[in-house]
Design a protein around this ligand. Sequence first.
Ligand SMILES: Nc1ncnc2c1ncn2[C@@H]1O[C@H](COP(=O)(O)OP(=O)(O)O)[C@@H](O)[C@H]1O
Ligand SMILES: [Mg+2]
Length: 484
Amino acid sequence: MIENLWSAYEAAAATGGALCARGGDPKSWTAEEWNAGGISIDTRSLKPGDIFVALRDARDGHEFLKNAFDAGAAAALVSRAPEDAPEGAPLLVVGDTLDGLRDLAKAARTRNFGKRIGVTGSAGKTSTKEILRAVLGSDGEVHAADKSFNNHWGVPLTLARLPMRADYGVFEIGMNHLGEITPLTKLVRPHAAIVTTVAAAHLEFFKSVEEIAEAKAEIFSGLAPGGVAVLPFDNEFFPLLKKRAEEAGAASFVSFGEKDGADFQLLDYKPEGAGATLKAKIKGEVQSFFAGVPGRHQALNILAALAAADAVGCPLGPAIHALARIAPAEGRGARSRIALEGGEATLIDESYNANPASMAAAIGLLGASEPPSGGRRIAVLGEMLELGPDGPALHRGLAEALVAAKVDRVYAAGQLMRHLWDVLPDAMRGLYADDAVGLVGPVLDAVAPGDIIMVKGSNASKVSAVARALKQSGGKEENKESRA
Ligand SMILES: Nc1ncnc2c1ncn2[C@@H]1O[C@H](COP(=O)(O)OP(=O)(O)O)[C@@H](O)[C@H]1O
Ligand SMILES: [Mg+2]
């Protein structure tokens, strides 16, 4: 059944806005009679029947009203009716459109009786959200954003899109500064809140990693009554996170990790095909199962997701079963086979963003992947940005992990990667370039049958260009269902 998400009256009641139309036939009641099937803030991705929310961000959404109605918008949420608003087009006028979107979000939450899970952390938010989509999907209808919608408009947009009858909602909540998570988690009011990990990321906006832990812990301030805190047991800030969750009134705690004492404990991890076999102690019982995403870090995301699913009443048997069918999201560990003359190489595409935690995880993933005889482990690395004054040291520090992972060749790009390059053993040096584009040709030339190439770097480093070029040169996706 296709449900209408918002009728004109429901949206007006939720926002306290006025239903009207600019000009048009006064006898026409369409301004008050629309039904919308979705919500959009971008006319380029707006679907017919959506409410268009004219947000003021980089540009003023009010400039795009005509595009929105040309694309089939059912109505527009606006704070004024510009001259060029199409005649008769239904408008819902509010004082501030971001407030209006938040009001829709709150009403969507109030009228839904499902369970909500909030996910934050320095890395793994989107991966965990996608794992939860699969896990909770084994028990009911799940609502989650298709993208990494985790900021001041992404979270309200995702919540405002929550269908009335969804059984579960999953919300990624991110931040660059102290205090940003609090209003978002208070909007979502999660029944379970996960902190995937705390690590150096966006350090230029923080005094210390401890301050990052404090910022992540804000997620607990929005927990619904009876809410459960899901905590990374192995993290050095576990005690701090737990204390903050207690202070915020969490009704209970559940932890995940590799160390003894974790409630959801990873006992063993073995890469297998495009995924891995995990052995875990779950609620006192040892279980082995296959999951379609590779990497020890993803195994921990899986345990976090299972802990949260269990906390909100999702049965674990079918949930674990569903893990076999998941696939890495784009740029987060997806494998492709690259056809070459005389054989095949393997690309591990980790090019969706990087910070020291996800970089270490990606290098670990390369280390855990065994090339066939004659093949090499090749790391193609773009710089990690937004690290502040610690940037050079955090780049130099990667040398140790690369040696431990038995990486044969490193291709590196960007000023900060120079600091790594300078301390790399000679034998590991492939090429350094100021710009990732400069690596494309040399990497394509260097790749030989049997090689495993892992590509990783901050989005702005553009190192994903190397992954793209490899795929175009003869790539075949191994895991097709991957989502962005
Ligand atoms: N728990 C984790 N610890 C470290 N790195 C991780 C973890 N989970 C995912 N990653 C890696 O971090 C990068 C970003 O993953 P993603 O799930 O998009 O995180 P986020 O949404 O928090 O930015 C990917 O390369 C992914 O493989
Ligand atoms: Mg994300």
